[in-house]
Design a protein around this ligand. Sequence first.
Ligand code: ATP
Ligand code: MG
Length: 240
Amino acid sequence: MDNIIKVEGLSKSYSKFGKKKALAVDNVSFEVDKGEVFGFLGPNGAGKTTTLLLMLGFLKPDTGTIKLFGKENDDMGIRAKIGYVPENPAFHKFLTGKELLNFHAELYGIKEQKEKIVSEMLKKIGLEEAKGKKVSTYSRGMLQRLSMGQALLNNPDLLFLDEPTLGLDPIGIVDIRNIILEMREQGKTIFLNSHQLSEVEKVCTRVVFMKQAKIIETYKTSELTESLEDLFIRIIGKEI
Ligand SMILES: Nc1ncnc2c1ncn2[C@@H]1O[C@H](COP(=O)(O)OP(=O)(O)OP(=O)(O)O)[C@@H](O)[C@H]1O
Ligand SMILES: [Mg+2]
């Protein structure tokens, strides 16, 4: 079974004051195979983050099923294999970057190799120099880098990224690209929400377009005959 993510008939609406609002995710189904870097694209408000939060189990669906590694997504055993970079990373601000990664390494149950793993991660995410500074003093991009480091500490087989390059400088963008490509080489699976289409083009094996809570198109990146930006404008711009 090469299927790492299997989502079927997923729907979710947010309610306000007990009243159901419009659907944020409407009968969405897709599968992601092992080794895929799966780009989830669409305009603001399309339902991308909601879909991701449903997969992670942070939100409960109205209908539908979500299987990760062939198991229900609330199975505790699969949590250890997953990494997640949220749309708006938030951390314990009183810790330094290094202390924060140490703390998360402990949460992951990393013991003997902790010092080495944390120190290598700080280098990998470009925070070696800032490792002793309090997280409260970190810039937007530094927080984004830290979030990536935290998500990678357990060497996950499945990584969920929600706008991982937001706020990053060009070097940071290339760093994230290289991390994704390295993971792809290793046969890991990545689910990527992003508006950075030039990056999506470079790293993704497949892309889907979501609009108004529905998946409307799927493409293999290798088969694209136009730039992803042109395709996005063509697909998202047209009426459904
Ligand atoms: N906590 C919430 N309460 C109520 N409505 C919400 C909530 N979060 C999202 N929504 C609504 O659900 C819809 C989908 O939002 P979502 O955040 O999933 O979009 P997105 O595709 O991730 O957008 P973006 O590209 O801006 O990140 C939007 O209409 C949004 O207003
Ligand atoms: Mg979002």
